[in-house]
Design a protein around this ligand. Sequence first.
Ligand code: AMP
Length: 319
Amino acid sequence: MIKRLTGFQPTGNLHLGNLLGAMRPLVEAQSTTDSIAMIADLHALTMEHDPAAVRANTLEVATLLLAAGVDPRRTAIIANSQVPEHTELHYLLECTAAFGEAARMIQFKEKSAGGGPVRLSLLTYPVLMAADILVHGAEQVPVGDDQSQHLELARTLALRFNARYGETFTVPEGIRPESAARIMDLSDPVRKMSKSAPSPAGRIALLDPPETIRKVISRAVTDTAGVVRHDPENQPGVSNLLAILAACTDEKPGEFTSYGALKREVTDAVVALLDPIRARYAELDPGYVREILAEGRTRVRPAALATVRRTKVAIGLLD
Ligand code: AMP
């Protein structure tokens, strides 16, 4: 089976875009791929952070993955901090990467532009991401536009290492699962729905109650054309609502005579999709979720240890 690694940042506020763009494709691929769902808690330390929030968000993401249908018997759910081979391989890959390669990363440039102190880990974390992928021999990595440069670096490092020291790593491929929808911000539909958007008005969090969902969708930005049609260029707001409806119901939307009618239908579809997830989330015991993370770690470690061992032999640290 194809090995696939899907990463999530433990930043809280997981939203409808994360569900329809990443979590649901992961659930759908469970029978045809050997998947790992990785929570990148180490990456959360690259910027100013609150330790309690990182801990809580890691558990929240793991719980939401389970609530959304990730089956831990098929998909290993791990936090990258709990599998020490990630950081061990990180250093070995740093010895393969160049400073200039890391400094060129768009995310590094953007996030370090604020003027405050810049953590060294912000520069090196794309190399950690390469280690996250290569340590498990992942063949496929679903990536959005914002991560494609980092995936390219992982490929470059794997190819370079293999060429210098002998065949060691599987070279991963960035993919966009067919079922992955791209959901836009409801208050600013030319931007992606995002956890970091300044205002929550454009976002539906996965644990939002129906009243909040209703309010957010009723205020969603549309336009003055007065016609419901899929035309992302000229009617991004209406097109986004249609895309959400299609993704939530898995059906082609019908005809609508008004924006109000469309919004009501979108609200019902989103509420119907999120209600059971919220209910399962409330039932999941934190102790059980921690056990699932521990099991995930146990399951992936033998292969990760073998990769690190192979890497150490190739690079000259072990016989
Ligand atoms: P993040 O934790 O923000 O890195 O996102 C986790 C996953 O959700 C990634 O695979 C993203 O591509 C996906 N994702 C984030 N925002 C959206 C969105 N608005 N629409 C679709 N997918 C998204």
